[in-house]
Design a protein around this ligand. Structure first.
Ligand SMILES: Nc1ncnc2c1ncn2[C@@H]1O[C@H](COP(=O)(O)OP(=O)(O)OP(=O)(O)O)[C@@H](O)[C@H]1O
Ligand SMILES: [Mg+2]
Length: 262
């Protein structure tokens, strides 16, 4: 009990390329993970496995006490909230903000059915309100700024009251104020007992929200280090991960990293 994710020796191979190489990783209830690694490290691929969107070529992926391959993924997916650029790209341009969130209850993008339960609309509204988007309900998704879109996507990911929340680069493309606002909101979410287990992918140490408990560092489809944030986010581990000598600092619970000067 308590295992949200239990990946054992997971490999993903496409053609002659190994995207994930013998990766083992456990996420338990209540944990908040950040995944860091350079472009192409396999972070999005790993999130696709964790989100039951992709099956491993070999190894075992346990998700919410089910085993991928031995469970109906259409029953599993609503238990997992996912926000990613790939998913955002599937949202029809003219889709209204409220509908973007409501449709998550049915695991679809695009409002196919006309009759939604009032409860679903109420929940979608409450989530949009919590993420500062209550005045945008009837705006087409495509008309929103990048920061507004990101908050709608997170509200959408939370719509099914998931047991696991997966966020792939939620702060990408945000300006400084937008990033800081999002980091604060994610930090508040992380502090909530009612929140699901969270896995957040980012490229930037500055985007690690205070209160996140664990970190997974990836490079070339494998794990450089994983464990509690303060043990894993070290200059040595980060330098290995990004292939560059780094100087790390931490202030008021926030990390930042710059290249180390010779
Ligand atoms: N179908 C595929 N066939 C071959 N290679 C693939 C395929 N899909 C992804 N890849 C490669 O797998 C590697 C890992 O991709 P992935 O998207 O998981 O990386 P990432 O860590 O999320 O990178 P980024 O930080 O740029 O988002 C990349 O080199 C990518 O080009
Ligand atoms: Mg990616």
């Amino acid at each position: 009990m308590g295992d949200v994710l239990e990946l054992a020796s997971v490999r993903v191979v496409r053609g002659n390329k190994t995207l994930l190489n013998d990766l083992s990783w456990q996420v338990k209830e209540g944990e908040r993970w950040v995944i860091l690694g350079p472009n192409g490290a396999g972070k999005t691929t790993l999130l696709q496995i964790a989100g039951a969107r992709l099956h491993p070529t070999s190894g075992v992926a346990g998700i919410l006490d089910e085993v991928l391959g031995a469970v109906d993924v259409f029953e599993l997916r609503p238990r997992i909230g996912l926000a990613s650029a790939a998913l955002a790209n599937q949202i029809p341009e003219h889709e209204k903000v409220l509908n973007v969130v409501v449709t998550a209850a049915y695991g679809v993008t695009g409002r196919w059915r006309e009759q939604y339960e009032r409860d679903d609309e109420r929940r979608a509204f409450a989530l949009l309100d919590a993420w500062g988007m209550s005045t945008f309900l009837n705006r087409p998704f495509a008309s929103l700024s990048e920061g507004e879109r990101k908050r709608v996507q997170i509200a959408r990911a939370l719509m099914t009251d998931p047991e696991l929340l997966l966020l792939d680069e939620p702060a990408a493309g945000l300006d400084l104020a937008g990033r800081e606002d999002l980091v604060q909101r994610l930090s508040d979410l992380a502090a909530s007992d009612a929140a699901p287990a969270i896995v957040l992918v980012t490229h930037h140490l500055e985007e690690v929200p205070p209160g996140f408990t664990h970190a997974l560092l990836m490079r070339d489809g494998g794990v450089v280090a994983q464990g509690p944030v303060d043990q894993v986010l070290t200059e040595e581990n980060l330098s290995t991960t990004f292939g560059l000598p780094l100087s790390l600092s931490k202030q008021n619970g926030r990390f930042s990293a710059i290249a180390r000067r010779a």
